[in-house]
Design a binder for this molecule. Structure first.
Ligand code: PLP
Length: 398
């Protein structure tokens, strides 16, 4: 077996199941899960409609899909990215776009394609993080470098601790912008600085932007936007990843994109041809429609805004917490250790949250996720309100 498999950490939800084993919630109180970041708003009807025609589905099933994606889908993604990020030169759908089966598999696979495991090298990532970054780095033969995201830097990565030698050893940097779990947004200035570092030290930046369309006030900037603002319209060393999962409530469709540096995309396409990760053609057809429509995205964003307002209203005098700039998570501090808080909350209120320490690693004596929990406001407004009311009552014990 591949010995690197032994270095993988258990996934946070496995840890959560083990933690909650044997805890008995109160009788008659249904579970409300705020633990999983799975969008629960209804998928757009205009997308579901597309699957009603058996002839369309038959054509889709009867075709091997092209790995580089159909021209229509690539065009829709290129237009979305060009307009959304105000790019100085339009994205070229022939060379700068690759459809992928959601960001997760692509965030994992890119490490396999770009990392040279023959020399010791680092992959920097936010801490806390989306755990795929860590597993991708380990399995590709890189060493994860955990960059703390704490209140001191507005929960954005604090690069100040990275030495020149470490930058020089870096092959890949994962960004999560907007961030999971904090919902913080990395600004254009910081993105530009990181792009300059990438040019200086020759590493690749992978920016996971899958929460980009769920924001409170301002659309968060993207990596390619920063590159374009620097006059770098070839997006050298820059790749942006996004998907329809959160933007369009289509997590089951498995549809996303990688966009940016044509030289890397060309090599990644070669890798993916062997990997065998092409998206079914009928999913490519409907994805094209989803990327071209903004009305459903605005309606979706509005639903999240209503939920944040309602939940924060209920909790504001009880549990201090920050409204995130983007994304659909709350990331508050706990009055007792996060695991203990999580167990007590299930036992007394049957509301499931995720301990922050499951999303982060201890590094240089600190664990930035410890004594926090992540709460995903993905359920309906009514359920989120009920969860907030139960949490408010639970908090009276402290
Ligand atoms: C930060 C982050 N990146 C990527 C993903 C994967 O999303 P998908 O593969 O559905 O695009 C998730 C899912 O929750 C996530 O939280």
């Amino acid at each position: 077996m591949n010995p690197r498999l032994d270095k993988l950490h258990p996934y946070p939800f496995e840890q959560l199941s083990a933690l909650l084993a044997g805890v008995n919630p109160p009788d008659g109180l249904p579970l409300i899960a705020l633990s999983l970041g799975e969008p629960k708003h209804r998928a757009p009807d205009f997308i579901i409609e597309q699957y009603r025609d058996p002839e369309t589905i038959a054509r889709g099933f009867g075709t091997y899909p092209p790995t580089r994606g159909l021209p229509g889908l690539r065009g829709a993604i290129a237009d979305f990215v060009t307009h959304r990020y105000h790019l100085a030169a339009p994205i070229d759908p022939e060379t700068q776009v690759l459809p992928v089966n959601g960001t997760r598999e692509a965030l994992f696979a890119i490490a396999q394609a770009v990392i040279d495991p023959s020399t010791p090298n680092l992959t920097l990532m936010p801490n806390p993080f989306y755990q795929i970054y860590e597993g991708a780095a380990i399995l590709a033969g890189s060493t994860p470098g955990y960059v703390p995201c704490t209140p001191a830097t507005g929960f954005n990565p604090d690069w100040s601790g990275i030495t020149d030698d470490q930058w020089q050893a870096t092959s890949l940097v994962y960004l999560c912008n907007p961030g999971n779990p904090s919902g913080s947004v990395i600004g254009i200035g910081e993105l530009k600085e990181l792009i300059s570092k990438a040019q200086e030290h020759d590493f690749i930046i992978v920016s996971d932007e899958c929460y980009s369309e769920i924001y409170a006030d301002q659309p968060p900037p993207g990596l390619l936007e920063a590159a374009s603002a620097m006059g770098q319209t070839d997006y050298r060393r820059c790749l942006a990843f996004n998907s329809l999962s959160k933007r369009s409530n289509l997590p089951g469709l498995r549809s996303g994109y990688v966009c940016g540096d044509a030289q890397i995309i060309e090599r990644f396409l070669l890798y993916r041809t062997y990997h065998g990760s092409a998206m079914s053609v009928h999913n490519q057809w409907v994805s094209e429609l989803a990327w071209r429509d903004e009305a459903h995205v605005e309606a979706n964003r509005q639903l999240y805004r209503e939920k944040f307002e309602a939940v924060m209203d209920i909790l504001e005098n009880v549990w201090p917490m920050q409204k995130p700039a983007a994304g659909f998570y709350l990331w508050p501090e706990t009055p007792i250790p996060d695991e203990e808080f999580t167990r007590l909350l299930i036992g007394e209120a049957n509301v499931k949250v995720l301990p922050g320490s499951y999303l982060s690693r201890e590094s240089e004596g600190q664990n930035p996720g410890a004594n926090r929990v992540r709460m995903a406001l993905v359920a309906s407004l009514d359920e989120c309100v009920e969860a907030a009311e139960r949490i408010r009552d639970f908090w009276r014990r402290f």
